[in-house]
Design a binder for this molecule. Structure first.
Ligand SMILES: [Zn+2]
Length: 251
């Protein structure tokens, strides 16, 4: 029951995330104007704006002009619904589940926006950092210190990498968005999680991007890989770090 409700809430959050993904890169307000068709500009009635269902009922076409509505809307809503349902199923109804669901939603927004526009809006990073620090208080003062250490290390490490990259290559090697993003991630995964996220992000990025870059000469949207790595770290980080420490001390 709680899992189903979380899924419904997640679909609604996903609908809002779609608005953020569409508007934040253009510095548009996410509250005004209300939803409208990107093709014919007509306002979308509430019954045509029901997450997931409306897209399926309308079969991806605007009711007024009949032009296609991107399947991205459906996919984001479905993914966010699954994310929220899974978070409550795995962590239960509580602040841990809420932290997981919010963190996953922010990472999804960052990944899609960075892949499409090569930028990470401050709303996700600074906003997410504030949410992460606030939720860390569920662990009391220790929780807050843990989150602050993570945020500080995430910011500091990527700031250093960006500075060193610019010195070495004479051009911007890493965007400011990635630096702020790792501060946000650190507030959710702590300082050990930051190290794991950067390692995994570089690893996944290399494996996925090197073959792609042989065909396409495109920039690397590093935020996409950092987002995937941060998600893995949030869920499996403790096990991976325990396994690694065990491996190091055994050899
Ligand atoms: Zn239309």
């Amino acid at each position: 029951m709680a899992v189903t409700l979380a899924g419904v809430l997640g679909a609604m959050i996903g609908s809002f995330l779609n608005v953020c993904i569409l508007r934040l890169p253009n510095d548009e307000s996410i509250l005004h104007p209300p939803s409208h068709c990107p093709r014919c500009d007509s306002r979308i009635a509430w019954y045509d704006n029901v997450p997931i269902l409306s897209w399926l009922v309308l079969r991806g076409r605007c009711r007024r002009c009949g032009k296609g509505i991107s399947i991205q809307y459906l996919l984001i809503e479905a993914a966010t619904a699954l994310l929220w349902a899974a978070a409550v199923w795995y962590w239960g109804l509580g602040l841990d589940g809420l932290a997981a669901a919010l963190f996953g939603t922010i990472l999804l927004g960052i990944a899609v926006t960075d892949a499409k526009h090569y930028l990470i809006p401050d709303e996700y990073t600074w906003g997410g950092l504030a949410i992460g620090l606030l939720l860390s208080l569920r662990g009391g003062v220790d929780g807050l210190l843990w989150a602050l250490a993570g945020a500080g290390l995430g910011f500091g490490l990527l700031y250093f990498v960006a500075w060193a990259g610019e010195k070495a290559f004479g051009k911007e090697a890493m965007g400011g968005g990635d630096i702020k993003m790792m501060a946000m991630v650190g507030a959710f995964v702590g300082w050990q999680g930051v190290l794991l996220t950067i390692f995994l992000g570089a690893f996944i990025g290399t494996i996925v991007w090197v073959p792609i870059s042989l065909w396409h000469k495109r920039l690397v949207p590093f935020g996409v890989f950092l987002a995937a790595a941060a998600g893995i770290t949030f869920v499996f980080g403790d096990q991976i770090i325990a396994w690694y420490l065990n491996f190091v001390t055994a050899s």
